[in-house]
Design a protein around this ligand. Structure first.
Ligand code: FAD
Ligand code: SF4
Ligand code: SF4
Ligand code: SF4
Length: 560
């Protein structure tokens, strides 16, 4: 068998699940829950082909301007370049593509002829919108039922403006609606319309209602504190404009820090974050911790509130104590051990609880849909189906609180699963593809099993790539609601140059040059094995490749 080259960079098709259709891949792509074609996009940015890069991104993820700003970027954590100098600024490049591309020159995917099938989507967050987008391209008629006044879910209603300007998200939502998706906002399922009515009027239903029930702290006067997500929502809707001088936030995750930074922007000059986690095991993203230091947020680690203090119906502070350990049970409730020391009092004008969220699924009561112990919807990992026929689930409502990229990936998979259900196609290893002709279709996987993820130790000559510091975007130090991160803009191509394209061929020709038996040839589309029978099995092609794109495994004779 000849060496197997990755042809992803050459593929004429825009595959929505690149991971599933190639033999080798990069750790960044393996880690991206949205399925972004990262190294492909970076190859195009290097050549300043922003419009083409955006077409590739949007074929898998309709929200690159959003994930390019607020994703917690697990891709960068796993980037091989980390072992060489610094990880690639993958999120920054994704945002640069979304910001710089001339959208008037970006091809939009075509919608298929109407199938006659009707799909209801409950929840207009990233999962529901992504699923609606791909389902609509398949020609199905999609209606989103959204409880809130606007579409967009948590990113639209709760993520603060200084991290995600709402005009960016609104534009991306507009592109989803442009495909023919209908939306009924201010329509809470279970209150404004019954689940049963939706179930009987549609051919398939997707539940993507997120995790909107905020956990309580069962302590005296706990009900006097405002909940974190509700606080953020009311600030975005203009219902809360001031918080006083001192603010306490209970909780140590990203939501708690969003509340803290928002409180600073509403004028608070003393903001305390009180959390169970010790200093060395904080769950908030490192970027948040850096910003907290910069903005003077006071963090109280290994600490728990025992009482909310109040006077005349107004919160005045919290009583808290040091803890020695904590854990969470299967239902997600905290079990806390006190360190037994003195209690301390922190005074505040506003007390906010940001201690976790769970799904609010009262509307499916009696519908025979099974739940997991933590209250999320039980689904089949492949078909995304719940235990009830024709009812699917995606996003946080199925996974528990996660990230936007995961909701996007789940939404896309759900669209494919629902399409199979509606068209009576048996479960198969297939991917959803938008071709160069802008048509959506389903294609069989190009390989069996999972792609091999290329590690840094498999890259035999990284010195092919010069050491170069990661290009960072400028961060504003003004404490305001204006966007804090300025983006990469002009430095995007130079940053894209740094990518190793792990596991992917970038047609440098080195393997062909270094093959002593002249077995390989180099047509325009990339290296090819011309005289397989004469291969010496020396492995030079594998060793020469700067991207570890040549698949070469033991025993050698089976692959070479
Ligand atoms: C404050 C906060 C900040 C976050 N920051 C980040 C971040 O920086 N980066 C990141 O990647 N992730 C972040 N996340 C997580 C991310 O927002 C979620 O993982 C993602 O939004 C989940 O998408 P979803 O579509 O599953 O649910 P959601 O975004 O929650 O959307 C669900 C939608 O369903 C609607 N709905 C609920 N019940 C009903 C009903 N009965 N009838 C009709 N509609 C209903 C809701 O109004 C909502 O619009 C954050 C989460 C929070 C709470
Ligand atoms: S969506 Fe997130 S994980 Fe995926 S490429 Fe963008 S930043 Fe990385
Ligand atoms: S170097 Fe490029 S291809 Fe390799 S893991 Fe990093 S971003 Fe991905
Ligand atoms: S050496 Fe160059 S041409 Fe050969 S497989 Fe690797 S990247 Fe492609």
């Amino acid at each position: 068998m000849p060496p197997v080259f990755s042809r992803e960079i050459q593929r004429p098709l825009i595959s929505t699940a690149c991971l599933k259709s190639q033999t080798r891949t990069s750790p960044c792509e393996e880690a991206c829950p949205a399925g972004n074609p990262i190294q492909k996009v970076q190859g195009l940015v290097k050549e300043k082909k922003y419009e083409e890069a955006l077409e590739f991104l949007r074929a898998r993820n309709p929200f690159p301007g959003t994930t390019g700003r607020i994703c917690t970027h697990p891709c960068e954590t796993d980037c091989n370049r980390r072992e060489w100098d610094e990880p690639m600024n993958i999120r920054g490049l994704e945002r640069a593509v979304a910001d710089i591309a001339d959208r008037t020159r970006v091809k939009k995917p075509a919608r298929r002829v109407r199938s006659g099938n009707k799909i209801a989507v409950i929840g207009g967050g990233p999962a529901g919108l992504t699923s609606a987008y791909f389902s609509s391209l398949f020609g199905h008629e999609v209606t989103i039922f959204e409880a809130g006044p606007v579409l967009g879910g948590i990113p639209r209603l709760c993520v603060p403006e200084y991290r995600l300007p709402k005009d960016i998200l609104d534009m991306e939502i507009g592109l989803v609606l442009e495909t023919g998706v209908k939306a009924r906002t201010n329509t809470r399922v279970g209150k404004d319309i019954l689940f049963e009515e939706i179930r009987t009027s549609f051919d398939a239903v997707l539940i993507a209602s997120g995790t909107w029930k905020e956990r309580d702290l069962d302590i005296p006067n706990g009900d006097k504190a405002i909940k974190g997500v509700e606080f953020l929502r009311q600030v975005i809707l203009g219902l809360i404009r001031e918080v006083g001088r001192r603010v306490i936030i209970m909780g140590g995750g990203g939501v708690a820090f969003d509340c803290a930074f928002t409180a600073r922007r509403l004028g608070a000059d003393e903001v305390h974050v009180v959390c169970l986690e010790g200093e060395d095991c904080m769950v908030a993203p490192p970027d948040d911790l850096a910003q907290a230091r910069e903005e003077g947020i006071l963090i109280h680690n290994s600490c728990m509130a025992s009482k909310v203090l109040e006077k005349d119906g107004h919160t005045t502070g919290v009583e808290c104590f040091e803890i020695s350990d904590f854990s969470f049970d299967a239902a997600g409730e905290a079990r806390i051990e006190s360190a037994g020391g003195e209690k301390k009092i922190l005074f505040a004008d506003t007390v906010i609880f940001a201690v976790g969220m769970k799904p609010e699924l009262g509307f499916i009561k009696g519908a025979g849909i099974a739940l997991n112990p933590n209250g999320t919807l039980k689904t089949d990992g492949v078909t995304m189906a719940t235990s009830a026929n024709g009812i699917f689930a995606a996003g946080d409502a199925a996974t528990g609180p996660s990230i936007v990229a995961s909701a996007v990936g789940q939404g896309r998979e759900a669209a494919l699963a629902i399409h199979r259900f509606l068209t009576g196609t048996p479960k198969a290893d297939e991917v959803l593809v938008i071709g160069e002709d802008s048509q959506i279709r389903v294609e069989p996987l190009a390989r069996e099993g999972r792609a091999h993820v290329v590690t840094f130790s498999e890259m035999f000559n990284p010195e092919y790539y010069e050491k170069a510091p990661r290009k960072k975007s400028g961060l504003s130090t003004w404490i305001s609601f204006a966007e804090r991160d300025a983006g990469l803009d002009g430095s995007a191509p130079a940053e894209a140059e740094r990518c190793f394209h792990c596991g992917h061929c970038h047609t440098c020709g080195k393997c062909v040059e270094d093959c002593p038996g002249l077995i390989l040839v180099m047509p325009e589309r990339g290296p090819e094995v011309r005289y397989a029978d004469e291969c010496w099995h020396c492995g030079n092609c594998r060793i020469s490749c700067p991207n570890a794109a040549v698949s070469y495994e033991f025993p050698l004779y089976t692959l070479v």
